[in-house]
Ligand binder design. Structure first.
Ligand code: ZN
Length: 320
């Protein structure tokens, strides 16, 4: 097996964060085709869906099937989002590799989103950790808690940074593998991201937070991503064509755009393992599947700069 060195891992969250916030329900076959072609383009982590009740998110009702399909793609880390223990059990049964539980740092947002106070969320996370302790190691996914609305909330406004740090410490003490900073509402700025990251590292250890989840609601997505990379964050969530957002955070419109992010990093000399031209093809394919949905981003409109050559040739140099 040939291993390629990667500097920054892009975790594609479009099939989850993107599809959950548009009205169109993408057919299962189209989701699988998206995941496969984006894997072919070099993406090695994809959040393929969410285990929530289908009546809440009919767009993601087929997540178990999508996970089953994705398991055929050797070397792909299959991530899913779950709101609670029940969702986690479904994720383990389906065979996900990485599970993320969103934990809203705004208690009002948490009550509205999952009807749980902070104390109740901490109890639920504790139950999730205990449950995973009984899952055989080879089937046990890594567990991440996403500190959502960490940069501010559409209901509460500013979220105190010391609260975010305290909650990060608490969930790490409970035994989760990692926390991740999530700018659910697109309120974040680079200075804030730097403070939060450094404080979480100081209190929890650097290895306990390696990724951030950014939105581009106010145009700060790439600025925040650049700050994260300069600090030493190694995993960035992004959504192809920027589709996505949070259905519970009014006004939020889209993650950072995968193809723009990949291009920025590759142009800076950082290796993502992803072939940006192939990625633009995937985008065309996804747009054809949801022709009435808006896709964002500059690279697709402007094209690659003349003479641009990315660092690698996609699949051939990848793992597996
Ligand atoms: Zn999001």
């Amino acid at each position: 097996m040939k291993t390629q060195t990667i500097d920054i891992r892009i975790s594609e969250v479009g099939p989850r964060d993107g599809l959950q916030s548009i009205d169109t329900i993408m057919p299962t076959a189209d989701k699988c085709a998206w995941i496969e072609t984006q894997f072919d383009a070099g993406t090695r982590e994809i959040e393929v869906g969410s285990f929530v009740p289908p009546r809440l998110l009919p767009q993601l009702a087929d997540t178990a099937e999508v996970v089953a399909f994705s398991r055929k793609l050797k070397g792909l880390v299959i991530a899913v989002l779950v709101p609670n223990l029940k969702g986690l059990q479904n994720a383990v049964d389906a065979g996900a590799h990485k599970v993320s539980i969103p934990f809203s740092m705004s208690e009002s947002h948490s009550l509205k989103n999952v009807r749980k106070t902070h104390a109740q969320m901490l109890e639920e996370i504790g139950r999730c950790v205990s449950y995973l302790g009984g899952v055989p190691r080879e089937r046990r996914p890594t567990l991440e808690v996403g500190l959502s609305t960490a940069f501010g909330c559409t209901i509460e406004g500013p979220v105190p940074e010391d609260r975010v740090i305290r909650m990060a410490e608490k969930v790490i003490e409970l035994g989760v593998d990692e926390v991740g900073l999530s700018d659910t509402t697109g309120y974040g700025n680079p200075a804030q991201l730097k403070r939060l990251t450094q404080e979480i590292w100081n209190h929890c250890g650097r290895e306990r937070m390696t990724g951030v989840h950014l939105h581009n609601t106010r145009g700060q997505g790439l600025a925040n991503a650049l700050m994260a990379v300069e600090l030493g964050i190694t995993t960035l969530d992004a959504s192809l064509g920027g589709i996505g957002g949070c259905p519970y955070a009014p006004g939020a419109s889209g993650n950072i755009v995968t193809e723009d992010l990949v291009w920025m990093l590759e142009a800076m000399g950082l290796r993502t393992g992803i072939d940006v031209e192939q990625l633009l093809e995937v985008r065309r394919q996804v747009q054809a599947s949801v022709p009435n949905e808006t896709m964002y981003g500059f690279l697709a409109d402007a094209g690659l700069p003349k003479g641009f050559a990315s660092h690698q040739g996609g699949r051939i140099q990848q793992n597996g």
